[in-house]
Design a protein around this ligand. Structure first.
Ligand SMILES: Cc1cc2nc3c(=O)[nH]c(=O)nc-3n(C[C@H](O)[C@H](O)[C@H](O)COP(=O)(O)OP(=O)(O)OC[C@H]3O[C@@H](n4cnc5c(N)ncnc54)[C@H](O)[C@@H]3O)c2cc1C
Length: 376
């Protein structure tokens, strides 16, 4: 087995696989070392939205980055299909966030004005739909639905096919995907990095930590402070149905295979990725208030997954100040931002410096925020 690579990516979830795909596309000899089924794997538990409308409300570069990614998606999906023959099921048909009262409509409307009209105008990106307009688009809504925001930059993909396409793509471009390789040790020398697993030692010039929640512990070994924490989401899926919902919504989406995915909670419960009847009940109730006809549908499966959250919820793209050549990437919207990771994040690794438009996302900001809080 080859053990020396130009770049090693630790973690084969959506973030690591997208960066490795981008590195392989540049002709950089890359290996992905991935733990496997026992690890926490957000990439295999998520909702599949390309979501722009609510991103970066407080951290404006995140709003811009999400818009940029949405624009890149059609070309990215085409490229993945050309290289791998896998169709990731991209739908950029816009996305809906429902409001169940006039008060919610007013609140949503103010948020959308802030997102798309204030400091970062984006003409035509969104529309507030009243109940009558919404009924034309989605006749199945229940009597409680007052309206919705429609953002034309939103969409969805099949996230499992996306992960498969990224891994297949990096392999077809000459990269190595090595599952069952839990990284236990990281060492730096002036020339290179040594990455240790239970059975092997690997060597590389560029090291990318993309191991999701495990980045916090791995980062310590190379003096990178990576403050990530879990936030659980539970999801419910129904039996397959004929297509009826032609655009994704923030709580319900129909997949290209027919199942309806209903989600998703936000629970601060540590590293417990299980499901609970109470939360699943709440999720189902909210979906039924929006789409009462779902009461006739059989729910067949539920699961929980852990989001990887930074302190401010925005991505963290860091290069180690002490160990040039070492990077750590943590993102809570790994589906939405996959094209960004395959391009700008991969270029950052290639060039040995974080490049625009990722510069505002340096993880150093958390240390500065903490220092400022202590000083206050
Ligand atoms: C319920 C839920 C809903 C979501 N919905 C959306 C959505 O609609 N849209 C969106 O954009 N995002 C969504 N996300 C977030 C998205 O799934 C994540 O941003 C993305 O999966 C993060 O990917 P990751 O590669 O950083 O982490 P992960 O997918 O967790 O991957 C980490 C990888 O690292 C590996 N690993 C861990 N430790 C080691 C080690 N020591 N050595 C080697 N490998 C290791 C694991 O095997 C794993 O494969 C959702 C997440 C959840 C939980």
């Amino acid at each position: 087995m080859t053990t020396r690579y130009q770049a090693i990516v630790v973690g084969g979830g959506l973030v690591g696989a997208a960066i490795a795909f981008g590195l392989c596309r540049k002709g950089i000899a890359t290996a992905v070392l991935d733990e496997g089924d026992r690890a926490y794997r957000a990439a295999r538990a998520n909702f599949g939205l390309l979501w722009v409308q609510s991103k970066g409300e407080k951290f404006r570069p995140y709003a811009l980055l999400s818009r940029h990614s949405s624009e890149m998606w059609p070309e990215f999906a085409r490229e993945l299909r050309d290289i791998t023959n896998i169709d990731v099921g991209l739908r950029l048909s816009g996305g809906l966030t429902f409001c169940l009262s006039d008060e919610e409509m007013q609140h949503r409307s103010a948020l959308m004005r802030h997102q798309f009209e204030a400091d970062l105008p984006c003409p035509g990106a969104y529309e507030m739909l009243d109940r009558r307009q919404l009924l034309d688009l989605v006749p199945q809504i229940g009597p409680e639905v007052a309206g919705a925001s429609l953002c034309r930059l939103d969409g969805d993909v099949n996230p499992l096919r996306l992960l498969r396409a990224l891994i297949s793509g990096l392999q077809k471009l000459g990269g190595a995907y090595l599952p069952g390789h839990t990284v236990t040790g990281l060492e730096c020398s002036p020339e290179s990095f040594t990455v240790t697993t239970a059975t092997n030692r690997f060597y590389c010039d560029r090291l990318v930590l993309a191991a999701g929640l495990a980045n916090a512990q791995l980062g310590q070994q190379i003096n990178l402070n990576i403050p990530v924490s879990p936030l659980r989401g539970q999801i419910l899926v129904t039996e397959k149905q004929l297509p009826w919902l032609h655009l994704p919504t923030h709580i319900v989406r129909q997949t290209d295979e027919g199942g309806v995915i209903i989600g998703d909670s936000k629970e601060d419960v540590g590293f417990d990725d299980g499901t609970t009847p109470g939360v699943i009940g709440d999720i189902a109730t909210r979906a039924l208030r929006t789409f009462p006809h779902l009461s006739q549908t059989l729910a067949i499966r539920s699961w929980g997954g852990l989001r990887i959250m930074t302190p401010d919820g925005a991505p963290s793209y860091s290069r180690s100040p002490k160990r040039p050549g070492a990077f750590a990437f943590n993102v809570h919207s790994g589906v939405t931002l996959a094209p960004i990771h395959a391009t700008f994040a991969a270029t950052s690794v290639e060039e040995g410096r974080i490049v625009e438009p990722l510069l505002p996302f340096d993880g150093e900001r958390f240390a500065l925020q903490t220092a400022a809080q202590h000083a206050a």
